[in-house]
Ligand binder design. Structure first.
Ligand code: UDP
Length: 356
């Protein structure tokens, strides 16, 4: 059986690393890897292939930049050509990026069944490009691999029980990755901050593309860094450009984006995670750290319910208050919220045995 996997962005490399390994170990499965090029800087792409031993992509489409429609359209054209050439049995896509939607759409139109990993997540905010991508991808998939109870509940509410689409709860592949690579955590080069710092990531369009929100967050980070604890920020290249464009000054411990092994090292030593990332909210939890999320909604609602994560939007005072209160607080996974690192195995077992 031939599986054609479409990836293109940093979190997808981390998710695919564990599933690709499980595919390699399974009898009778081969994987063709297509990298759309959505993320292309060495520290946003190559480093993950090297560190996580992801097979080199069979196809590098080198598509990035431009508007959402432009980028997604170019991906659609090129992925269709690859699918026609490879004639896979499945097309496997991850998460909620433009690469996810383009891969799913190209496959569905050619009547190739689509498997969507990290399906069923919803923020209920249609302003987010990710929300549009994930809703549409779920609709045209053949099997939906869901990470959480809430993802299953979202799909039930949307009537998926009556559709010819398999909905399966398999757990979260990011927990598999966190567990697999935890022992190999690596100190970032030239890093010299004592444990207990605030680990921040900032890249969500709703924050970076809105000058008021971006300024409010920068103010909060500067205040925290000067008065509460060092703020360590591996800065996403998009955010770096937008902060410069807005004439804002970040007075924190800025570093370039790091590899996953360095990110795990930072997560193991941080006193608090302060983020607008999807994946990093869960990683905080996997490494027992409290999280404060600079968004108005989250797809990972169970973390809010168990008190591991607090949503503060982009309000300067709310961010400072929540970060100060949560600094140093540890959290524990008492309910196996994300399945316990079995997702990749379950996904591959299903792909092998499902009738298509
Ligand atoms: N990450 C990383 N290096 C960094 C920042 C993040 O390896 O400098 C990892 C992080 O640990 C997580 C993933 O990238 O596994 C999250 O990706 P991102 O925040 O870009 O996307 P999202 O999860 O919000 O879709």
């Amino acid at each position: 059986m031939k599986i054609l996997t479409v990836i293109g962005a940093r979190p997808q490399f981390i998710k695919a690393s564990v599933v690709s390994k499980a595919i390699q170990q399974a009898d009778g499965l081969t994987e063709i890897l297509v990298h759309t090029g959505q993320h292309f800087d060495a520290n946003m792409s190559d480093i993950f292939f090297d560190q996580l031993a992801i097979p080199r992509p069979d196809y590098q489409l080198d598509i990035h930049g431009g508007s959402h429609g432009d980028m997604t359209g170019r991906m659609l054209i090129e992925i269709e050509k690859v699918i026609l050439q490879e004639e896979p049995d499945w097309v496997l896509v991850y998460g909620d990026t433009n690469s996810t939607l383009a891969g799913a759409l190209a496959a569905a139109k050619l009547h190739i069944p689509v498997a969507h990993v990290e399906a069923g997540l919803r923020s209920f905010n249609m302003q987010m490009p990710e929300e549009i991508n994930r809703i549409l991808t779920d609709q045209i998939s053949r099997v939906l691999f869901c990470p959480t109870d809430s993802a299953i509940a979202n799909l039930e509410r949307e009537g998926f029980a009556d559709k010819p689409i398999e909905v399966l709860q398999v757990g979260d592949v990011m927990q598999d990755s966190a567990e697999l690579f935890a022992q190999r955590a690596t100190q970032p080069k030239d890093f010299s901050i004592a444990d207990g710092f605030i680990l921040t990531t900032l890249h969500r369009a709703e924050n970076t593309d809105n000058p008021n929100r971006l300024a409010a967050i920068v103010n909060a980070l500067n205040h925290l860094h000067r008065n509460v604890a060092p703020v360590v920020l591996p800065l996403h290249p998009r955010t770096r450009n937008l902060i410069a464009e807005q004439g804002l000054t970040l007075d924190v411990y800025l570093i370039d984006p790091v590899g996953y092994l360095e990110m795990i090292w930072l997560l193991q030593r941080t006193g608090l995670v302060l983020t607008d990332s999807g994946g990093v909210q869960k990683e905080a939890f996997f490494f027992g750290k409290a999280c404060v999320t600079m968004r108005d909604q989250t797809e990972w609602v169970e973390l809010i319910e168990v008190g591991a994560n607090e949503l503060v939007g982009a309000d300067t005072h709310a961010i400072i208050d929540a970060a100060t209160r949560n600094l140093g607080r540890t959290v524990e996974d008492k309910h196996s919220l994300y399945g316990g690192s079995v997702a990749a195995k379950r996904i591959v077992e299903q792909l092998k045995t499902m009738k298509i």
